[in-house]
Design a protein around this ligand. Structure first.
Ligand code: 13P
Length: 254
């Protein structure tokens, strides 16, 4: 099964208009003429439109993603941003259920599943983040946690929805810590995720892209990406440095 890998940069709450322009300029200056993977950048909401313009002007095939979306369609939801708005400013992707939102902003599985559905309803591809905390891994509960997170979206939206979705396995203990999962640890969970989707539909599971996230750098991307069920990465800190991000993109396989 050949799946086109994805390398997505989650800028988190970093950047400024000037920094974004420098970063896109530096990425564009060395962007490969035949990239091995789809490339996505996910800036903060306020910069989406500007980054869309920067990418368009630089004429590089980089897709735009948001870091979150409101589960509701429109209305009196102060401070929220809808899927239709994200689509309107040029997003193709949106991250849902990042652990920083689950842990810091109380997002639970049902809410994340509704965000997943809201994104798809407007034609965005959700990047559904799943992953266990260190204590859960140590207690041998990784599969249980990941299943629960995955099943919420599978049950609300059906397995067919995963034909137009991406899953990102991001073990919480590996995020921003410099301690990435080993390639074997990542592969083991990715295989489990694919199996869980595959129990409902083997073809959709075989075609689903499952990204790894958590301290991916130029130095470890190659060994992570050669694992058979790792179809690219969701990159935090290293996506803010053009050289690192491009090296990670170069490490992705088709
Ligand atoms: P780091 O790459 O900084 O560990 O962050 C990973 C992440 O959370 C991507 O969404």
């Amino acid at each position: 099964m050949s799946r086109t890998s994805i390398v997505a940069g989650n800028w988190k709450m970093h950047g400024s208009r000037a920094e974004n322009a420098s970063l896109i300029e530096a990425i564009a200056a060395q962007f490969p003429s035949t990239p091995q993977a789809e490339c996505v950048v996910c800036p903060p909401f306020v910069y989406l439109q500007e980054v869309a313009r920067l990418v368009r002007d630089a004429e590089i095939p980089v897709a735009l993603g948001a870091q979150d979306v409101c589960a509701e369609g429109q209305g009196a939801y102060t401070g929220e941003v809808s899927a239709a708005m994200l689509k309107d400013v040029g997003c193709g992707y949106v991250i849902v259920g990042h652990s920083e939102r689950r842990m810091g902003y109380g997002e639970d599985d049902p809410l994340v599943a509704r965000k997943f559905a809201a994104a798809q309803a407007k034609g965005l591809i959700p990047i559904l983040c799943v992953g266990e905390q260190l204590s859960e891994r140590e207690a041998g509960r990784t599969h249980e946690v990941v299943s629960r997170q995955l099943d919420a979206a599978l049950e609300l939206c059906g397995v067919e929805a995963f034909a137009r979705a991406v899953v990102a396995y991001e073990p919480c203990w590996a995020i921003g810590t410099g301690h990435n999962a080993t390639p074997e640890q990542a592969e083991e969970v990715h295989r489990f995720i694919r199996g869980r989707i595959g129990a409902r539909n083997a073809k959709i599971a075989a075609e689903a892209r499952i990204l790894y996230g958590g301290s991916v750098k130029a130095g470890n991307a190659g060994e992570l990406f050669t694992q058979p069920d790792v179809d690219g990465g969701l990159i935090g800190g290293a996506s803010l440095k053009a050289d690192e991000f491009l090296a990670i993109l170069a490490a992705a396989r088709r």
